[in-house]
Write a protein that binds this ligand. Structure first.
Ligand code: CU
Length: 271
């Protein structure tokens, strides 16, 4: 009973709860922290869900009506009708119209996700078996991000989601994410930002987000990639501009990579 009450209350109060990571007994999406995710949530809650509910209720009504009205005792001599042009046209046209009604706003959202505005900052996420590597190509910062094991978790660090090195980005800035992989398929996904892209070896996918709220956001590898697929979480910490500048200057020391000289580049290219 408690669980049912909890589920009902989480549906009713879903939008008021603050969540940037999965919650126990959660229904629905994590709270949106970017315009892209708000679009997705609105599309789902205001268009898809009403259509799905209406169709389910209608089909349920038809089934109950047919079972009661045409049961053997009430309807001993069933109709032998096999074709009805009007009904056949309707049950083809109406689903088509419903699909079109859903497709138009859905394409709009997809197009918006696909058009990357001028980026303030670019990061590159590389999937490895089984952790993520990150690069800030313009800043010469490169580091790896591993999940923290359960026994090493500190207070407030969520199990299976906390990582040793979080991606840090400034708030209200367009972040372009280049996504690739080094071994097998992975996928970089962050529900609160409405971002999910496959990480494909030998290919760079790109996406973007603009985080609107300061906080730490969690996602997970979303392409089955091997035995430790569940243990390569994604953590993005959104901070103010000043904090970002501070983090960046520290990161440049902590994660400094040797710059590749031009002739070394040529050497690598000629291999
Ligand atoms: Cu993976």
């Amino acid at each position: 009973m408690k669980k049912i009450l909890f589920i009902i209350s989480s549906i009713v109060f879903a939008s008021s709860a603050i969540a940037n990571q999965p919650k126990e007994w959660q229904l629905g999406f994590q709270n949106a922290a970017s315009e892209g995710m708000r679009d997705i949530v609105n599309f789902h809650n205001n268009l898809l869900l009403p259509i799905i509910i209406a169709i389910s209720v209608f089909v349920l009504f038809l089934m109950i009506y047919a079972s009661v009205r045409f049961r053997a005792s009430r309807n001993p001599n069933p109709s032998k009708t096999t074709h009805n042009v009007a009904v056949e046209v309707l049950w083809t046209l109406i689903p088509c119209l419903i699909l079109i009604v859903m497709a138009v706003p859905s394409f709009k959202i997809l197009y918006k996700q696909d058009t990357i505005p001028k980026a303030d900052l670019t990061i590159k996420a590389v999937g490895y078996q089984w952790y993520w590597g990150y690069e800030y190509p313009d800043e010469n910062v490169i580091f790896e991000s591993y999940m923290i094991k359960e026994e090493d978790l500190k207070e407030n660090q969520p199990r299976l989601l906390a990582v040793d090195n979080e991606v840090v980005v400034p708030v209200n800035k367009v972040v372009k994410v280049l996504i690739t992989a080094n071994d097998v398929l992975h996928a970089w996904a962050l529900p609160s930002f409405g971002v999910k892209r496959d990480a494909v070896p030998g290919r760079i996918n790109e996406t973007w987000f603009k985080a609107e709220k300061v906080g730490t956001y969690y996602g997970q590898c979303s392409e089955l990639c091997g035995i430790q697929h569940a243990f390569m979480p994604i953590a993005v910490r959104v901070v103010s501009d000043e904090e970002y500048a501070e983090w960046l200057s520290d990161a440049k020391i902590k994660f400094a990579k040797e710059p590749i000289l031009e002739n070394e580049n040529k050497k690598i290219a000629s291999k």
